[in-house]
Design a protein around this ligand. Sequence first.
Ligand SMILES: NC(=O)c1ccc[n+]([C@@H]2O[C@H](COP(=O)([O-])OP(=O)(O)OC[C@H]3O[C@@H](n4cnc5c(N)ncnc54)[C@H](OP(=O)(O)O)[C@@H]3O)[C@@H](O)[C@H]2O)c1
Length: 259
Amino acid sequence: MSGSNVRGLPRELEPGAHVIGVGIGGGAFAEYMVLPADAAVPVPTGWADEQALGLVVNWPTALAALKPLGGVTAGQSVLIHAAAGGTGQAAVKMAKHYGATVIAAASPGKHEVVRALGADHVIDSRGGDIAAEVLRLTGGAGADLVLESVGGATLNASLAATKRVTGRVVVYGLAGGEAAITNWDLVYKHQIHVIGLNIGLLIQAAPQIFGEVMGELFALIAAGVLGPGRPTAYELADGPKTLAELETRATIGKLALLP
Ligand SMILES: NC(=O)c1ccc[n+]([C@@H]2O[C@H](COP(=O)([O-])OP(=O)(O)OC[C@H]3O[C@@H](n4cnc5c(N)ncnc54)[C@H](OP(=O)(O)O)[C@@H]3O)[C@@H](O)[C@H]2O)c1
């Protein structure tokens, strides 16, 4: 990324500045990491390391999915999968801030967490008919926007839960596996907009959009919409165990490995 092209980011970095960055090339599960200066994002004053973790991947992804790609506006309905997760929690908060009606999908043990964030409706991500639930909650119309990070069989449910003609599905994860969409589906079954999102690619290919996303993120922080994150912290040596818990859907929110 060429940060000098990225508008919206505070760039006044002095040696010793408290910064955060993402190791796209790997090497982040360590005590020290080399980062291109342009990829270092200043940590808001007073925030501890782990409180800033969402700032460089989860929150920009949630915001990019909602705004520049998803085009959410006040009064629209948004289905957010994995709503209790690191990315999902930020998406719920931001979607509510933009005036959307939020339908949050999560495992039953996590429902109170998403309700507390302001989700209007909470549905079970483990059982039941997600598409039928969303259609019922939207008076049969379907959601204006779906934040799709699950894939597998859930992708088809997301397509079926999206409003015909104007509805958008932003696909940014496949925790539940790959799934295919055919041109036949889009012409005869799911007449909707399907949009792919990879934040690393967005940073490289559309630095202007990324700059706007980061500018908006810092504005949301200044306005108190987003505050310091509250991740669950683990010892670095427990990394494999932590990843196993993530894979089995046992975690809530962001996870931090302490060096
Ligand atoms: N494209 C990008 O640039 C980008 C950037 C950031 C994140 N992502 C993706 O966004 C997703 C969320 O990331 P995150 O870090 O915030 O994780 P997370 O949401 O904290 O954890 C994943 C959650 O996904 C849900 N899930 C549903 N089906 C699952 C399955 N078969 N296997 C595992 N999890 C399943 C689970 O929530 P419930 O049990 O409550 O359903 C689980 O807790 C991931 O797929 C990640 O790869 C993509």
